[in-house]
Each structure stands twice: as C-alpha cells, then as structure tokens.
Design a protein around this ligand. Structure first.
Ligand SMILES: [Zn+2]
Length: 222
C-alpha cells in the first residue's frame, strides 16, 4: 500500500494477504478513506509491515462523478510533488479538510480543486501571486497570459514584451482572481470546457516548471 500519513508523508507499507483477506475493513480499502494504521518498524532495506488497520473516516461512494474526479486529482497531485518534510502535517490537514468540503459541493467542484492547488503551492513555498504581475510587480485586476519560462502571470504590457506566452481568456482570469473566496461564488459560475482546460493547463504547467518535469494527472483525463 502507498499511503499518505500525517506524520510520515508518503510511505509504502507491505500489507500481506490484503487482496485475499475476507476481513471487512480490508475489502473496504478505498483510496479516499482515512485509516489508522499500525505497522512494524522497517528493518533495514525492507518495507514496514502492516499489522492493524482501522477505518476512521470513509469517503462516501454515492457522490457525483465530478466530486470523485477532483478528490482523486488532489490525492494524485500529492503523489507527484515533493513535499517539504516540515509541512507534511499541514498538507495532510489541508487534504483532509478539502475532502470533507468537496463532499458538500454541489456544483463547480473543479474550482475547489484549483483553490486546493493554490493552498498546496503556498505550503510548498512556491505561491502564485494572483494580484501582481510576476515580471514588473504592478498590481493587476486580471491577467491575459502567463510566462512559458516561469509559469507565472504576466500583465498586458509584459506579455507584449515577452517573445511567447500562454493566453488566458478574460473568464479564466476572472475565475483565478476569485479563487481565494471561490466558495461564495460556486452556485453562480458557469464554466466552459475551454476555461477548465486553460486553468488546468495553467496550474499543471506552473507545477511542471517548478519541479522541472512534466506533471500530468491521470484523474483529470476523466
Ligand atoms: Zn507586468
């Protein structure tokens, strides 16, 4: 099992016989559930071995597909980035709150996912500034582009000076500026496929630049 633990971060545990077990807690093993695990201290070169597993909180299985997709996307993202060891507990708590909140969201769950990414970036020490141009530092109400070099937002003036840049349409830029308070607007927003595509690209591109490799989430392919 690969698990994300509040104290250790991402770890792999050997769960002997888990696939064949008839124990109810094993058959209910679910990607988005929260468990208490007891495992042996790993001997040198070996994986720790699971000895006990107790379900603490389950993620309901009867939620809309969108809720599932964005819940899984957040978990997948955690496995793709390097988390600073000192922030593991805060990231764990962020993920836990996100999964709880997402269950109550009726519409535009994707916006809550983007807000989660913003918070995660803050905890990782690589925040995106939504209100100032990354090149000239001038305050902005919106952005029409981001830089292929840094993944950061550019004002119109700096965009024109840059040899190339990725465009954001006005609606996508508006959603970005609302993200920190997006919970207040969820019911009223209408998102087009193009806006969702643009903003997924914006966040994943930014992460790819930061980690110097292509970060892609299979969950979002759904
Ligand atoms: Zn600028």
């Amino acid at each position: 099992l690969t698990v994300f633990s509040e104290s250790e971060g991402l770890i792999t545990i050997l769960a002997k016989g888990i696939r064949k077990s008839k124990k109810q807690e094993y058959t209910l093993l679910n990607l988005l559930n929260e468990y208490e695990l007891v495992f042996t201290e790993p001997a040198q070169g070996n994986l720790p071995i699971l000895s006990e597993l107790t379900l603490l909180k389950d993620f309901p299985t009867d939620l809309p597909l969108q809720t599932w997709i964005y819940a899984q996307a957040a978990v997948e993202l955690i496995t793709k980035v390097l988390l600073p060891a000192e922030e593991i507990t805060l990231v764990y708590q962020l993920l836990s709150r996100y999964l709880d909140y997402l269950q109550r969201v009726q519409t535009n769950a994707v916006c809550i996912f983007w807000r989660f990414v913003l918070h995660l970036l803050n905890l990782m020490g690589i925040p995106i500034n939504l209100y100032r141009c990354s090149a000239c530092g001038k305050p902005q109400d919106g952005f029409s582009a981001y830089s292929p070099l840094t993944g950061q937002l550019l004002c119109d003036e700096c965009q024109q000076k840059a040899p190339t840049s990725f465009s954001l349409n006005q609606e996508s830029s508006h959603i970005l500026s609302l993200l920190p308070q997006i919970g207040n607007y969820l019911e009223d927003l209408v998102l087009s496929d193009e806006m969702v595509r643009q903003l997924h690209h914006f966040f994943l591109y930014y992460l790819s630049v930061q980690f110097n490799r292509d970060i892609h989430l299979k969950s979002l392919g759904l």
